[in-house]
Ligand binder design. Structure first.
Ligand SMILES: C[S@@+](CC[C@H](N)C(=O)[O-])C[C@H]1O[C@@H](n2cnc3c(N)ncnc32)[C@H](O)[C@@H]1O
Length: 251
């Protein structure tokens, strides 16, 4: 089974193949196939990445880096970042339901779920969604896991179909600071798998039409995705831009 990369100019080319996936995790496979546009492009080509099981975890094997350990998503071990909880503040104290429209490997979704929010996590890259689904399925803290619903889809097809107090966007962006502030390997792999999120401004525009409050994570020195930021929460390396609209009109 072969999954093409998303968001890249060579999106038609297979990047990831899946070994033992259907047999070892039929539920996960069925769910992804049912809920997503999982692209199956035939079997057998020599792809750079392979999704495979190691020690009962779904892993991403990089065949160009044979000495590195297979990558898996571990959501239990992630320590909370110290300092003020800027993401929680940006989401807003009254919020209960959040749509994380760019879920990636789920750090932010889990962070919010740990703070009691119900999170709809949307990830369009099938390989990333599969790794995240597997990480969620292994989470020890079941109460946190139950607060997160993962859907593998392009968020532009789902925004507006679900109620939420806030939509949260963390699109891929270039930043030397960001490389320091996140686990480098997860970042690099996410970028390899998903490519650049060149359509991020369109996603923001759509989110703003559908939800009153939209939060966008940016590198501290990056320009905002749209000019009319209502207010921002600034950290040392990242910034959370908050957009507040009333019926599509900036507040
Ligand atoms: C920087 S990562 C997000 C990291 C995430 N906040 C975390 O805590 O791990 C950006 C992710 O958003 C996904 N993405 C970008 N645009 C999307 C869209 N329109 N719909 C769904 N996923 C999207 C990309 O595939 C990529 O995995």
């Amino acid at each position: 089974m072969v999954v093409p990369a998303h968001g890249t100019s060579n999106a038609a080319l297979p990047l990831v193949s899946i070994a033992n996936f259907e047999a070892r995790a039929p539920d996960l496979f069925d769910r992804l196939r049912r809920d997503t546009s999982l692209a199956v492009a035939g079997a057998g080509p020599a792809t750079r990445f392979v999704l495979d099981y190691h020690a009962a975890r779904l892993c991403l094997v990089d065949r160009e880096a044979p000495r590195t350990r297979p990558f898996h998503v571990d959501l239990d071990r992630r320590a909370d970042v110290g300092g003020p909880d800027l993401l929680r503040r940006a989401i807003g104290r009254g919020a209960r339901r959040v749509i994380d429209a760019t879920a990636g490997f789920g750090t932010d979704a889990v962070h919010l779920a740990r703070r009691g929010l119900d999170v709809l996590a949307i990830e369009r890259c099938e390989a990333i969604a599969a790794l995240l689904a597997d990480g969620l399925s292994r989470m020890a803290d079941v109460s946190v896991r139950r607060r997160i619903e993962l859907v593998c889809a392009d968020a532009t097809n789902l925004l507006g179909s679900r109620d939420a107090d806030v939509a949260y966007l963390d699109p891929m962006y270039d930043s030397p600071q960001r490389l320091k502030s996140k686990p480098r390997r997860a970042m690099v792999l996410a970028r390899e798998l998903a490519g650049e999120d060149a359509d991020a401004a369109d996603l923001l525009a759509l989110a703003r039409q559908r939800y009153r409050r939209v939060v966008v994570k940016r590198a501290d020195k990056s320009p905002p995705l749209a000019g009319d930021v209502h207010h921002a929460h600034r950290g040392r390396t990242v910034r959370y831009d908050v957009y507040i609209d009333r019926g599509g009109i900036p507040a």
